[in-house]
Write a protein that binds this ligand. Structure first.
Ligand code: GDP
Length: 396
């Protein structure tokens, strides 16, 4: 026992030192919390709380990371738009023409309202018509008709003069032309539906691709099913541009992955797909390179030939920029000769006060203006209506 005494003493000292140390640390801790730590906050959501749970109000500022979900097709695909109905667009045509300042109508009226019309006045009228791109032939006809009526009827008051001019301008634009678009599917020899095929031609920059996109929207607004064919394979961005137009309204685009691919092959694929899927209308955009007449004829001729192996062409629409005047008319003449044009789309009518091009191009090609482009907006394409157009020119 006596031998163990020093050991007991050592153990006792160690125990005492240990107890003293623990006590000091715990006192220090308590003291530090009293000075530095803020008062305990309201209870926060437990870190293990599920991420989807709603934390109590005024609590947890740090949220558990949200669960990562695979994006669903519905979340990534852009919402399909519902295009504007076509009916209301005719009103816009009048508004836009009226807003363009319409010097044609206003200037004609101001001359015609003079008390005694001299030879100079008639010359001024003719010049005004020529400056508005009406064309020499139609301008001469209009002047002759007005001269006769003014002399015979003797009308001089503003309202009568205006009515007279309106009647003559409407006659010049020719309301008797059939401006309907052939977009109804037919029945094939085997009884299967055959889509209407609309080929869209014209020089680059006139608004072809935009017009195809807008036209797809018009057709969708009329509950038609549509397939687009990106046969402008020479301009790299054209197929993308067309695809974007189509996807906005849920219309598929047939295209080639390769720049410079054979446009006829793309056109053929588009029509075949339209036929296989039983759609109502296939719209085919084409390249509009300004090449020599023979080259254009070869290219468009081939497109026409391969398309008609699958389905007859319902329409060949020539897109023409209304702001290009005589130059545009020259282009129209070439396309008219090689493409078998059935209708004209006059774009950028919002950007010109020279609406007379409507008259000139119809005369030049012997086919009606069927649609007009009134701006860069997606629904800025309207069916052409002679009376609304003339009212717009006269600033009604
Ligand atoms: P494409 O080369 O013939 O296919 O011509 P695009 O469709 O690419 O159009 C050329 C430019 O004309 C684009 O900036 C269009 O937004 C514009 N454009 C097309 N139609 C109209 C229109 O009716 N009015 C106006 N102001 N711009 C238009």
């Amino acid at each position: 026992m006596n031998d163990l005494l020093p050991l007991w003493i050592v153990l006792g000292v160690v125990l005492l030192v240990a107890l003293a140390t623990v006590g000091t640390v715990s006192v220090r801790r308590r003291a530090r919390r009293d000075v530095v730590e803020p008062p305990p906050a309201a209870p926060s959501a437990p870190p293990t709380a599920p991420a989807t749970g709603t934390p109590p109000p005024g609590t947890a500022t740090v949220e558990a990371p949200p669960e990562v979900e695979e994006p669903s097709a519905a979340a990534t695909a852009p919402a399909i738009e519902r295009p504007e109905p076509v009916g209301g667009r005719l009103v816009r045509l009048r508004e836009r023409l009226a807003r363009s300042g319409s010097p044609l109508g206003a200037r004609l009226l101001s001359v015609l309202s003079r008390d005694h019309l001299s030879e100079d006045d008639w010359d001024e009228l003719e010049e005004t018509l020529l400056l508005a791109d009406v064309g020499a032939g139609p301008a001469g006809e209009l002047i002759d008709a007005l001269r006769t009526k003014v002399r015979v009827l003797g009308v001089r008051d503003a309202a009568s003069v205006r009515e007279l001019l309106r009647t003559e301008l409407v006659a010049l634009v020719d309301p008797s032309l059939d401006r309907s678009l052939a977009t109804s599917p037919r029945t094939g020899e085997d009884g299967s539906p055959v889509p209407a095929v609309v080929l869209v031609v014209g020089v680059n920059g006139t608004g072809k691709t935009t017009t195809v996109g807008k036209l797809a929207r018009v057709l969708v607004a009329e509950d038609r099913s549509v397939v687009l064919g990106a046969a402008d394979t020479f301009r790299a961005a054209a197929a993308d541009q067309l695809e974007t137009w189509g996807s906005r309204v849920g219309v598929p685009t047939v295209r080639s992955d390769r720049d410079g691919a054979d446009p006829a092959a793309v056109a053929f694929d588009a029509v075949r797909r339209g036929r296989t899927e039983g759609v109502d209308v296939v719209l085919v955009d084409t390249a509009g390179r300004l090449q020599n007449k023979q080259g254009l004829m070869d290219e468009l001729g081939k497109i026409r030939r391969v398309i008609t192996k699958e389905a007859p062409l319902s329409e060949v629409l020539l897109v023409l920029d209304a702001t290009t005047g005589q130059n545009g008319l020259n282009q129209a003449r070439v396309f008219g000769e090689v493409a078998g044009v059935t209708g004209i789309v006059l774009t950028k009518l919002d950007g010109t006060a020279r609406g007379g091009i409507v008259v000139a191009v119809q005369r030049e090609l012997g086919v009606p203006v069927k649609l007009v482009g009134l701006g860069e907006g997606p629904d800025d394409l309207a069916p052409f209506d002679p009376e609304q157009f003339v009212d717009g020119l006269l600033g009604d």
